[in-house]
Design a protein around this ligand. Structure first.
Ligand code: PGA
Length: 250
């Protein structure tokens, strides 16, 4: 039985005052039946961990460098994220792949060091609109899956997030059938590569314009084990409604 996961990605949003949203969220979900994760910007990880201590909320980073340490101005390492008290990290988000030209090989190295450091690693995959329209979705996501996920993956240290690029921040969402097709495909690929035990235990999140209005339907799709939520995770009321929908789907 996979424990569901509601993950919020604040992206480049938030200052100290935003931590009030975290406090409100924690109060609304004192004993959740799913895992709840907030990934604030790196500057807020340490204080978010403090605010979330003694609550059920996990804190994560949004990216880490592939190297353990060294001369990489502006980057942060997996160890720094862990040292700040976080337990998860996102790697390979499409905004990183696009803004920083990150390739599968680099994402895989980041995931590897994150796993070695003991962080649960959310590896993001997803096709562009052009790739979807050319019927290349499964080829692209399959290639990203094999290229970006290290061999060290287990059900404990790996989470996959399927995030069609064209659905991120646009209000456009694939049909439930399209979501189901990709999630079933990812599940089958994971089982083939890692065997049924590990393959069935990795959680697969959907991400891209999830909101309180569409969450319940998305969570009913088989092999959707939760969501990676951007915009709607910034307001605790919206994210709370998504968590409630997730827990109702269990
Ligand atoms: P969105 O972002 O919910 O704002 O579409 C999702 C994501 O990029 O993780």
């Amino acid at each position: 039985m996979r424990r569901k996961l509601a993950a919020g990605n604040w992206k480049m949003n938030g200052t100290g005052a935003s931590l009030d949203e975290l406090t409100t969220l924690a109060r609304a979900h004192p004993t959740p039946t799913s895992d709840i994760l907030i990934c604030p910007p790196a500057t807020l990880i340490h204080s978010a961990v403090k605010v979330a201590s003694d609550t059920a909320i996990h804190i994560g980073g949004q990216d880490c460098h592939a190297d353990q340490k060294g001369a990489h101005t502006g980057d942060i390492s997996a160890e720094m994220i862990k040292d700040a008290g976080a337990t998860y990290v996102i790697v390979g988000h499409s905004e990183r792949r696009q803004d920083h030209n990150e390739q599968n090989e680099n994402v895989r190295a980041k995931a590897r060091i994150a796993m070695d450091t003991g962080l649960t690693t959310i590896v993001c995959l997803g096709e562009s609109l052009t790739e979807r329209e050319a019927a290349n979705t499964l080829d692209i996501t399959g290639g990203q899956l094999s290229g970006s996920v290290p061999d060290a993956a287990t059900g404990h240290n790996l989470v996959i997030a399927y995030e069609p690029i064209w659905a991120i921040g646009t209000g456009m969402v694939p049909s439930l059938g399209q979501i189901g097709e990709v999630h079933d495909f990812i599940r089958a690929r994971l089982e083939r590569r890692f065997g049924p035990g590990v393959g069935r235990s990795v959680r697969i999140l959907y991400g891209g314009s999830v909101n309180p209005g569409n969450a319940a339907d998305i969570f009913d799709v088989p092999n959707v084990d939760g969501a990676l939520v951007g915009g709607a995770s910034l307001k605790s009321a919206d994210f709370s409604a998504i968590i409630t929908a997730l827990e109702a789907s269990i």
